[in-house]
Unconditional design. Structure first.
Length: 637
């Protein structure tokens, strides 16, 4: 048995014990805590094995036709693997309106190791998620000493169905990778903070310490390094410095400790302590601010913010408030999960106001109860605060919400629920058994639902058929299902899906484009051209639309019109090699040999392995050489 005042155990698999004395025990700590029969390292190993086994079916899934092409399968730079050129490209070029170079580098490493076999890419996602579960366990157990509660939180985090999207979707590597670096930074932050607590408790050592000691701590700079890597994996970690402050309040309780020249009896004690804790995080806040600016610029330049430009602030605010409750609902009742939730545009005003008032009411109530139950307030603020960058106040993309966005924010709710359940039952005779049984039941139920949800991610057709079953007016699901069916040769059904997507979203330029291609495959070129022209009216600056229209015009013998579209395409997107090639073919057919040669040379510059351009140049050179041959008189004997 360990007494209430004994030292919190530190998991040895993360190194030696972190401190020689523990931080102040939580107010709600039990009078006695039974020592676990299993060593911590064995619990961590079992957690990894269970997580890997549960998500193993994901390694048999295909790439899906939403973002995976941009991230891996159609990205030439990524497919070429890890080279100095590709590293430079990863840092200098956004991907799909996001700048996350470390994630891009991880995809390159995958291609280097596994090529385009999806099993390897999925395996890495599963491995990172299993490691993240262990980091959650280690972090909570390290800070609180509550092994059972920490294990339950980590296990629920690992097996919850909301995690499936982040793990089974290759393009969402950024979730598990940023989670890994972010949680690792918190583990080292806890080590740093516990050392600071030890110094602050010793008057002599406190007298020798100063704010300068913060910046000479090795653990502090490890926190900074891993935080930087996390931000370069996914910028959602911009809220991480606030999470550190929350942990300072509970369970580290650093707000209650004296600092140099401070006295708890003095009025300035709280201000002095708060300023010190905020000041040590100023480098992190600066890094978060810089990342936020870069992300905003990149997403605006990539068109990711265009969807929100047509939504007034009131509509975005209403959706944000209601989405908080929708996320909570899916955390406690994880049903009808979909890869895409269409944005409703505007919610009824009453629903938005009710959502806002209830969130405010809960926040005030937990603030009042913070001294007795600090973990409730911290868990609630963790959840609310971490969702701020993706809650939709600044609308990115066209979704109302996304399961993937709960990856790290859900930890706040899990802490609130598990520690709250412990506090509720702690005076019961067999409270540990009750908590263990309740936690086990919740874990088993989540595992069953996760296994079911993984089945929907086996391929694009299954994924988007399921999305159509559990959502309404889901134009994107119709569109992507159409692509999956078209790829399988089911063109007629694909056409119907594209038409339904257009019915739901009449300005959907991509759907017009794909419908045009599908109509062309059915030998309906005039209808196809009409669809491309509609798409171009909606989005005149999209190079691919003009390239596709040029192809159909060329096939119809309308070469001059095709040349015009090809020229527009290469002007809009100079690195579109195939447009340069087709333009060269069309120019050569019109007798414009020199301009055609220039286009073929441009293709080879962009894609040195383009056989068609090299062959075309060779044929032109051969024809030019034959034109220089002159006949001569026969030689007389």
């Amino acid at each position: 048995m360990t007494s209430r005042n004994s030292r919190n155990p530190i998991p040895k698999f993360f190194g030696a014990a972190l401190t020689k004395s523990k931080p102040a025990p939580p107010v709600t700590s039990p009078p006695a805590m039974a020592r676990s029969r299993l060593p911590v390292w064995l619990m961590a190993a079992l957690l990894v094995l269970v997580t890997m086994a549960l998500y193993w079916p994901a390694t048999r899934s295909d790439f899906i036709n939403l973002d995976d092409a941009d991230a891996v399968t159609a990205n030439v730079q990524v497919r070429n693997g890890l080279t100095w050129e590709s590293v430079k490209w990863a840092f200098l070029n956004p991907m799909n309106s996001n700048w996350h170079p470390v994630t891009v580098l991880s995809h390159m490493v995958d291609c280097q190791l596994f090529g385009l076999k999806p099993s390897g890419h999925h395996l890495i996602n599963v491995l990172f998620h299993a490691l993240n579960a262990v980091l959650v366990f280690a972090l909570l157990q390290q800070m609180t000493g509550a092994t059972l509660r920490s294990l339950i939180v980590a296990a629920l985090f690992a097996v919850h169905p909301l995690r499936v999207e982040s793990v089974a979707w290759v393009a969402e590597r950024k979730d598990v990778l940023s989670g890994f670096f972010g949680l690792l930074s918190l583990v080292f932050y806890a080590r740093y903070a516990q050392r600071q607590i030890e110094d602050d408790r010793e008057p002599k050592r406190r007298a020798l310490s100063s704010s300068l000691s913060t910046f000479t701590s090795g653990n502090y700079w490890l926190v900074f390094l891993f935080y930087l890597l996390g931000l370069l994996s996914k910028p959602m970690l911009v809220t991480w410095p606030f999470v550190m402050l929350l942990l300072d309040y509970w369970p580290l309780r650093r707000f209650e400790l004296p600092t140099l020249n401070s006295d708890p009896s003095r009025a300035g004690f709280r201000f002095s302590t708060t300023w010190r804790l905020v000041a040590e995080k100023l480098p992190f806040f600066a890094l978060a601010a810089l990342t936020s600016v870069v992300t905003f610029v990149v997403q605006k330049g990539g068109g990711a913010l265009a969807a929100g430009e047509n939504l007034p602030l009131g509509a975005r605010s209403g959706n944000a408030l209601i989405s908080y409750w929708r996320y909570l609902g899916k955390l406690f009742w994880p049903m009808d999960l979909a890869v895409f939730y269409p944005h409703p545009g505007t919610w009824p005003l009453a629903k938005g106001l009710l959502a806002g008032v209830s969130i405010l009411g809960i926040s005030v109530f937990l603030m009042v109860q913070r001294r007795r139950y600090p973990f409730l307030l911290i868990g609630w603020l963790w959840f609310l605060g971490m969702l701020v960058p993706v809650i939709g106040l600044v609308q990115m993309g066209e979704q109302a919400m996304g399961d993937r966005y709960t990856y790290l924010p859900s930890l706040g709710v899990l802490i609130l629920a598990v520690w709250g359940a412990y506090e509720l039952t702690r005076r019961w005779r067999h409270h540990r058994m009750v908590l263990s049984v309740a936690g086990s039941v919740a874990i088993v139920l989540c595992m069953a639902l996760t296994q079911q949800q993984l089945g929907h991610w086996q391929n694009s057709e299954a994924l988007f058929r399921h999305a159509l079953e559990v959502t309404e007016n889901n134009y994107l699901a119709h569109f992507n299902l159409g692509m999956a069916l078209d790829e399988k040769g089911q063109t007629d059904e694909a056409i119907r899906q594209y038409q339904e997507a257009i019915r739901l979203k009449p300005d959907y330029d991509y759907a017009y484009n794909n419908l045009g291609i599908a109509l062309g495959e059915k030998d309906r070129p005039d209808e196809a051209i009409h669809q491309f022209q509609k798409a171009i009216r909606l989005n005149p600056n999209y190079a691919t639309l003009r390239y596709n229209l040029g192809n159909f015009l060329y096939k119809q013998g309308r070469t001059d019109e095709a040349i015009e579209q090809y020229r527009e395409a290469v002007e809009l997107q100079p690195d579109l090699a195939q447009a340069h090639y087709n333009l060269g073919i069309a120019l050569y057919e019109k007798g414009q040999t020199d301009p055609a040669i220039h286009q073929f040379q441009e293709v080879i510059r962009l894609r040195p392995d383009h056989a068609g351009a090299r062959n075309s140049l060779g044929k032109i050179s051969e024809l030019n050489d034959k034109s220089k041959i002159r006949t001569v008189d026969p030689v007389k004997p």
